[in-house]
Design a protein around this ligand. Sequence first.
Ligand code: ARG
Length: 479
Amino acid sequence: MPHAPDPRSPGTPQAGPQKAWGGVFREATDPRMEAFSESVSFDRRLADDDIDGSIAHARMLASCGLLTVPEADAIAQALEEIRADIHAGRFEFTAAGEDIHLHVESALTARLGDVGRKIHTARSRNDQVATDLRLHCRRAIDRIDAALADVQRAFLGLAERERGLVIPGYTHLRRAQPVLAAHQLLAWCEKFQRDRDRLADCRRRTNVLPLGSGALAGTSLPIDRDHVREALGFEAVAANSLDAASDRDFACELAFVLALAAVHLSQWAEEWIIYSTQEFGFLALPEGFCTGSSIMPQKINPDVLELVRGKSARAVGNLQALLVLLKGLPTAYNRDLQEDKERVFDSIDTLEAVLAVTAPLVAATRFDHERIAATLDRGHLDATSLMEALIARGMPQRTAHETVGRLVRRALGRGVALAELTDEEISADCVGWDAALRGALGASRAVERMQSFGSTAPAAVAEQIAGWRRRLGVGAAGT
Ligand code: ARG
């Protein structure tokens, strides 16, 4: 329903809350339009960033003579009071107030009158919102980086506890070669480290100040953008006002980095769901991170891992939504850009939620050594080890491959492991066989014989562990 005319000022079209942009308008804003276009229901979470930005802006205006120092002091103090009100839940948000920027500004004006009406000097909501979102993303990047490091520490801790444990390694989810459990756990540390490196890279491009770009063209007022840059801890000032007001590359980059991290977490979750099935039985998940069934009393379900896997879909979808949002926009600000926030916020929230359960779940998970040991002689995990021993004796690789293939066929026929074939049986297929070659057989020996850099060899894995302890700042006490 449209607003009725304000009886106190007949002929004044603007009823309801005073709009920041009301001057040229002859008609009141339709409340359906307000409900449709408001963003304060979600961008209120930028309140701290908005206030930080406004305080820095006010101080800069004072340093340039566009405000007096007492005016800037009053603004800063009032903004801190507004911040406290918002934190305490004493602040009223309304659809008519549109977005967080206008809410904070009108609260400021309600407190300070004309001084409050000066805060928007040399500023537009276009450069303001871009600045707020960058500040918000920067803080999220730092939190998520720390949470990823916690997850890495949890994997490292488990790798250290399981140092000597040999497990079957898989390709195509078929038994391939034996590996140290620690090697496999540390593979996740590598992936999460690349996620952290990408976060750091994304942070560099996020950490550029748009404020001072105005709506699109800059300002004719004598501002000092470097002053604001310094106050807000940005590394650089955006060089092109048109670009700066509309650039959301940093948001896409963050959404991508978070989507890829979510995909890594999903892969890990899938792996552990498989390892913890009754069929595999390699892992015992902590019951505190599982749920039961309302109808089948025996069930202990890996719901956390399933949700970690499932929530990656949100992160991937958010990236796609952002890219599609941007693809049709002409230069500079368009209101479409308001749609960026919920996608970015959702990716941040999703990753933080996932990481918060991942670290404790990993730390509390145990490998079932007996179950694993009982499976190591199945699947001829040592076939490649024997093949390489033959190659080391001078046999051409293709010949060695074929020879071991025939031995595997023979072992399969008898339902035994390669090591259970007799010397006579092996000699029938393998020219130059002698018992010393048996040293290549058995899952543990196959692991111990590895020698390449980055392999699953115990010494190489010990080096990885030492390297991660250094990188992750894990002390001698394992903290
Ligand atoms: N709520 C808007 C957004 O999130 C703020 C910028 C509005 N600017 C404008 N010219 N209408 O993008």
